[in-house]
Design a protein. Structure first.
Length: 119
């Protein structure tokens, strides 16, 4: 397993941009697919985006497609979520996860970082 720490959350206005970062410690970071999930108050946690171990394949939730971009830097043990055209409904705690895109199993989780989009 890897230990994950998210950062970069904050308060942003509607239409703004922000980049979340996920720092991983432990062995074999490049052996894991990575993902971002989010949980809004009173709602269940939902999938946002995922990237395979090589960084060549990404997948996104329909609600963020075209606005969010996930990337990773295996040399730095980092994963990122670039968020543009933010909407109030993007407000949530964002979690980084490590595991396997198939069969959608995520073994390690960070503590989360809060994003608030104000209108």
């Amino acid at each position: 397993q890897v230990a994950l720490v998210e950062s970069g959350g904050g308060l942003v206005q509607v239409g703004g941009s922000l980049r979340l970062s996920c720092a991983a410690s432990g062995r074999h970071f490049d052996g894991y697919d990575m993902a971002w999930f989010r949980q809004a108050p009173g709602k269940e946690r939902e999938f946002v985006a995922a990237i395979d171990w090589s960084g060549r394949r990404t997948t996104y939730a329909y609600s963020v497609r075209g606005r969010f971009t996930m990337s990773r830097d295996n040399a730095k043990n980092m994963a990122y979520l670039e968020m543009n055209s933010l909407k109030p409904e993007d407000t949530a705690v964002y979690y980084c996860a490590a595991g396997r895109m198939l069969p959608n199993e995520w073994d390690s989780w960070g503590q989360g970082t809060q994003l608030t989009v104000s209108s």
